[in-house]
Design a protein around this ligand. Structure first.
Ligand code: MG
Length: 446
């Protein structure tokens, strides 16, 4: 339904004169006429998986009883993509068909509690696909981009950071300088895969026939020794005009993480991310007493218990939640509002395993919330290839380090199902970056 027709049905007259009505007459019009407005019903919910590059993406499409009016949402959990597809098609679809698409909060709450056991990554992603699609539909119904529905613009665009990780510190510096030239003001520096420097040669666990052939090795000692040297080198070569970010990726022991943060303080990092795994949340109080380095936390969070108490105790400075992993835009807005009152800023996870629809959801929230901190922008957003662009026309884009969304109603991203079908996801999913062990074979938790 176009905006003109919607306003007419709401009793607000023609678009041009709608806002000339007094508040009282608007309220009267709404009270009198809303009953007569036919509710928009959900007629279909389906998950579509596609893999135009190395990562399995899952998108949920919600159709309505208004011909041509549909929404899309991100439900990408690449490590368990097939399971999310089943959660959407086998459980959410029968539950949601016939519900009123306008009532996002009601649909979210009823779907959230329907499984009884909740707050897990698979069901949260399914819920996110549905929730984001309903916000997309509401935007299209209102004739507004989603950020307008969330309160309107609070900034002209979304500042992002790029990844300058590489195998050596010289290569990292090269990458940082290149990104600075492209206009990025915030850059993440890492040595090797998420800070790990693989032990040279074959690890002892492999020589002794332990583990699986695809397992990788991680040396916390090398990582802890090399990371401060990397910071020192980058500051020396790239100067003070760039903000440096770093991800510990939860892989070291709590005391080692605390020592590392203290050591990195002198290089003025913008933030140090995920110093502890979610299993080690109890160490934050000690960390805060030991160092003033800004901390970002939470890309692995799924459950509100993981952020309500820590935020109210001001245990970290940036909340890094992955929006599809916490259930969509609806819970993310509540989280952002909670964080505002404790001066915790948003830094939503924005990796390659988020679909362009999910990146758009990140950006619409970023545009509207005051306590925005920074947005991670994966390569698929910074420099998308033709496959991605053909599947997701209208996706956000980055210029001079700023991410932009278009002003089309809704999330502004289309989803070309025909193109997506050309790139089906793998039957078997492997994920060997989480198959990580110490030299003696002990599993390392990411
Ligand atoms: Mg991270």
């Amino acid at each position: 339904m176009d905006r003109r027709k919607l306003l007419k049905n709401l009793g607000l007259g023609a678009v041009g004169s709608a806002f000339a009505f007094s508040n009282d007459s608007m309220a009267a019009g709404l009270n009198k006429e809303t009953k007569g407005l036919p509710p928009l019903k959900i007629t279909n919910v389906k998950a579509i998986a596609t893999q135009p590059y190395g990562t399995e993406l899952v998108v949920v499409k919600v159709e309505t009883n208004e011909p041509g009016l549909y929404g899309v949402g991100c439900a990408t959990f690449r490590q368990r993509a097939h399971t999310v597809v089943s959660a959407v098609n086998d459980y959410l679809a029968p539950l949601c068909v016939g519900k009123v698409a306008d009532n996002i909060e009601d649909v979210w709450q009823m779907t959230y509690q329907n499984s009884y056991w909740r707050n897990g990554p698979v069901l949260n992603n399914a819920l996110s696909g549905l929730d984001q699609a309903l916000w997309d539909i509401k935007g299209k119904r209102a004739g507004m981009p989603v950020y307008q529905l969330l309160g309107g613009k609070c900034k002209f665009a979304v500042d992002t950071y790029a990844h300058a990780g590489a195998g050596t510190k010289e290569e990292v510096v090269e990458n940082v300088l290149e990104y600075m030239e492209q206009g990025y003001r915030h850059i993440r520096i890492q040595l090797g895969g998420y800070g790990s420097t693989a032990l040279s040669g074959e690890p002892d666990f492999k020589r002794n026939g332990f583990g699986h052939k695809d397992d990788n090795v991680y040396s916390p000692t090398l990582y802890l020794r090399e990371t401060p040297k990397l910071f020192e080198y980058v500051r020396e070569k790239c100067g003070e005009d760039v903000e440096l970010l770093h991800d510990v990726h939860e892989r070291v022991q709590p005391m080692d993480a605390i020592n590392l943060c203290k050591e990195l303080e002198q290089y003025r990092p913008f933030f140090i991310e995920d110093p502890f795994s979610p299993e080690n949340m109890g160490w934050f109080e000690l960390l805060r007493k030991q160092t003033s380095v800004p901390i970002a936390m939470g890309e692995l969070f799924n459950n509100p218990h993981e952020w309500v108490e820590p935020i109210s105790n001001r245990w970290y400075d940036f909340i890094r939640a992955h929006i599809s992993q916490i259930g969509g835009i609806t819970p993310a807005m509540k989280l952002a509002r909670l964080a505002e009152w404790f001066n915790v800023k948003t830094a939503w996870h924005g990796p390659g395993d988020t679909s362009p629809v999910g990146h758009a959801a990140n950006a619409h929230i970023d545009m509207a919330v005051w306590n925005f901190g920074i947005q991670e922008a994966a390569k698929i957003i910074r420099s998308p290839d033709d496959r991605v662009l053909s599947i997701f026309p209208g996706m956000p884009w980055v210029e001079n380090g700023f991410m932009h969304v278009n002003d089309a109603p809704g999330l502004g991203v289309e989803f070309n199902e025909k193109e997506a079908a050309k790139f089906p996801i793998r039957e078997v999913q492997l994920n060997n970056w989480t198959q990580l062990r110490k030299n003696d074979g002990t599993p390392v938790r990411p």
